[in-house]
Design a protein around this ligand. Structure first.
Ligand code: FAD
Length: 425
């Protein structure tokens, strides 16, 4: 089954991108120390990290660079997971992973600075407004726990949050001043440019069709070529197919849609006046950020996918009006979607085999900062660093129970989540 992205990437991020990148198809036979499969943020940051360690690296991208989630994301740089706070992360994934995540927002902004990536990066902070008084209490605890591990986090009361977002719709919440937002497509192209500049061989329109072991090395076949390497890093995320049998069954790919308004003019100065990004505490998340021209870029999921291009922008427009009635005048002009790899417990996983194949998977919608931080772990995993020294311990593949059924019907749970969100006190 081929599951790489085929529809065009975000029209908005493409239009606004000052970064350009293109690479040839792989033709003929190549040798490398490591083959990275997948030209998104995870694959490219891993390639850069491996190159930094002196490895000869080939990146194979099935479509074009940034064609997956990386070029379609909302662009919020968030150094936190969706469900688990620091105490829960420490308990489930361990202190080294928590430390990695606590500093994760430094990674994309560091790469942007180091490689001069033009992606409208704004390190203005990330906010999590609470949609109920009970959530406000939890948000306060969350901020305390993140501050303990060194994150630039702190609570915000109702008035402070209202001033920061330009809306009275929330009960307070917390902020992470290390976060911010970027044009994720431009960032991904910039990473590819940087990787190529450092000597990584990047190939587009070169899907890895088969992965086999021949004489102690991996052989990866594409339509017009082949790469041989002792090590393989798989970074195919929600587009994972059958290259690694059983891996696709460990995640549920979920489609998330994005919609953007036309530039708001003067009104934009009063919505998120400090230009932060925000994602609230609902299970059916509400979130937004502005782009460099004062558009609001937001998004969400739909239980039923029909006519998504009309229904999702309407849903976002209604939500913008609930956020601020004067946003009724905003017109929705751009629409796109992308696929997110979800795990049942909303935690990421690292997997590896004894013969040099490794991957991490399960960004659960918070992958921009995480992928940049996990590059080091994935590079460690293909460079034979022992399990106990990895910041995320590898686990065996564990299929989602009833996977074919669950992956087709997962989005039908949305109305139930919305109902739960509306009942929270
Ligand atoms: C709509 C949307 C909004 C999001 N918003 C945010 C956000 O605001 N903040 C945040 O932190 N995260 C967000 N995310 C999540 C974030 O985008 C991802 O976690 C991150 O981009 C994942 O990067 P990746 O490189 O792992 O995957 P991808 O970018 O999906 O890259 C995987 C690549 O693998 C390629 N591939 C697949 N199979 C093969 C093969 N056989 N051979 C070669 N190549 C192959 C694909 O073509 C693809 O380019 C969002 C995701 C979506 C979809």
């Amino acid at each position: 089954m081929n599951s790489w992205p085929r529809d065009p990437v975000s029209p908005l991020w493409q239009r606004l991108s000052a970064e350009r990148f293109s690479a040839p198809k792989l033709e003929g036979v190549r040798d490398a120390d490591v083959v990275v499969i997948g030209g998104g943020i995870a694959g490219l940051t891993t390639a850069l990290e491996l190159r930094r360690r002196g490895r000869k690296v080939v990146v194979l991208e099935a479509a074009t660079i940034g064609a997956g989630a990386s070029g379609r994301a909302n662009g919020q740089v968030i150094a936190a997971l969706t469900r688990h706070g620091p105490d829960a992360i420490r308990k489930t994934l361990g202190q080294p992973f928590l430390d990695l995540l606590a500093g994760a927002a430094d990674r994309p902004f560091g790469l942007i600075e180091k490689h001069g990536i033009e992606c409208d990066a704004r390190r203005t902070g990330w906010l999590q407004p609470a949609h109920s008084p009970g959530r406000e209490l939890r948000a306060r605890k969350m901020a305390e726990q993140w501050a303990v591990v060194g994150a630039l986090a702190g609570p915000l009361n109702k008035d402070a949050m209202a001033a920061r977002i330009g809306s009275q719709a929330y009960f307070g919440g917390w902020e992470h001043r290390g976060g911010g937002h970027i044009n994720p497509y431009a960032f991904t192209l910039g990473l590819a440019r940087a990787a190529a500049g450092e000597g990584v061989a990047v190939y587009e329109r070169s899907p890895a069709l088969a992965l086999s072991r021949e004489g102690g090395v991996w052989s990866i076949t594409t339509p017009n070529g082949r790469v041989r390497a002792p090590r393989v890093a798989l970074a195919t995320a929600a587009h994972t197919g059958n290259l690694w049998p059983g891996l696709a069954q460990t995640i549920v790919p979920v489609t998330s849609y994005q919609a953007a308004t036309a530039p708001l003019g003067r009104l934009a100065e009063t919505v998120l006046p400090g230009d932060e990004a925000f994602s609230d505490t609902r299970q059916d998340l509400r979130y937004m950020r502005k782009d460099r021209d004062g558009r609001i870029v937001s998004g969400g999921a739909l239980a039923l996918q029909f006519a998504a291009g009309t229904r999702l922008p309407r849903l976002i427009h209604r939500r913008l009006i609930a956020f601020r009635p004067d946003l009724a005048a905003a017109t929705m002009t751009d629409f796109w979607g992308g696929r997110i790899a979800m795990t049942v417990d909303r935690l990421p996983r690292l997997h590896r085999t004894p013969d040099g194949l490794a991957t991490w998977i399960g960004c659960n919608g918070r992958g921009l900062a995480l992928a940049c931080a996990m590059a080091e772990v994935l590079a460690d995993a293909v460079c034979d660093v022992p399990d106990e020294q990895l910041a995320l311990r590898p686990t065996p593949l564990k299929p989602v129970p009833y996977h074919p059924f669950v992956s087709r019907t997962a989005r039908l749970i949305l109305p139930y989540l919305r109902w739960q969100d509306s009942r929270e006190i």
